[in-house]
Design a protein around this ligand. Structure first.
Ligand code: VGL
Ligand code: ZN
Length: 193
């Protein structure tokens, strides 16, 4: 990791079973990024830099799901196997933050997530002195995109590691477009660490 400054953190977005192939909302190639993400987690941890893992964590009934007016099939329902992190993901000592619990909100952004004590992610990052986040995970066109844009709005620097993200692509090209939008908003796109 050539230029990791002291105030960096890794944010691993929603690497859960339901977003991987075979899951309720499987992203093509979603599981292929896991070994790369595991390597990045090790590198950050080895430097004593924070690693945050977000998870989509929905109630059974939420306006996020098509049955109740939303866009999606049920996925990442609290306590189900689909909501668990992928078994190959090695989170080590990562801080887990959850989002999507409010049945009236989509909550795509990791910045709406809280840890087990209810501390919101922006507050956690501030306490840790983080200035720049490296984003990896799923899905490029939803949670990665919203997390990156929110981070930039709140004054964090953002690097998106392109070899460790994958998208839903409801429309072909959605992920490419999302990456371009993140770049326009000020995110740095890097192929890898
Ligand atoms: C996500 C669709 C629905 C994501 C979450 O994590 O990108 N996408 N809920
Ligand atoms: Zn969701």
């Amino acid at each position: 990791m050539p230029d990791a400054a002291e105030k960096d953190a890794l944010v691993v977005v929603d690497l859960q079973n339901d977003f991987c192939p075979g899951g309720a909302l499987g992203v093509a190639g979603g599981d292929k990024i896991i070994p790369i993400v595991n390597d990045y987690i090790k590198k950050f941890a080895a430097r004593g830099l924070p690693v945050i893992a977000t998870r989509d964590w929905h109630p059974e009934k939420t306006r996020h799901f098509a049955e109740y007016g939303g866009a999606w099939p049920p996925h990442c329902v609290q306590g189900t196997r689909g909501a668990e992190f992928h078994p190959e993901l090695r989170l080590e000592g990562a801080i887990v933050v959850s989002k999507g619990m409010d049945p009236s909100e989509d909550s795509y952004s990791g910045f709406e997530a809280c840890d087990a004590e209810g501390t919101p992610l922006p507050e956690l990052l501030r306490r840790l002195g983080v200035e720049r986040i490296f984003i990896v995970g799923l899905a490029t066109d939803y949670c990665v995109r919203h997390t990156a844009l929110d981070a930039l709005r709140r004054g964090f620097k953002v690097v998106v590691l392109k070899n460790a993200v994958a998208g839903v692509n409801l429309k072909p090209g959605d992920s490419e477009e999302a990456l371009a939008e993140m770049a326009r908003a000020g995110a740095e796109l890097r192929e890898s660490l």
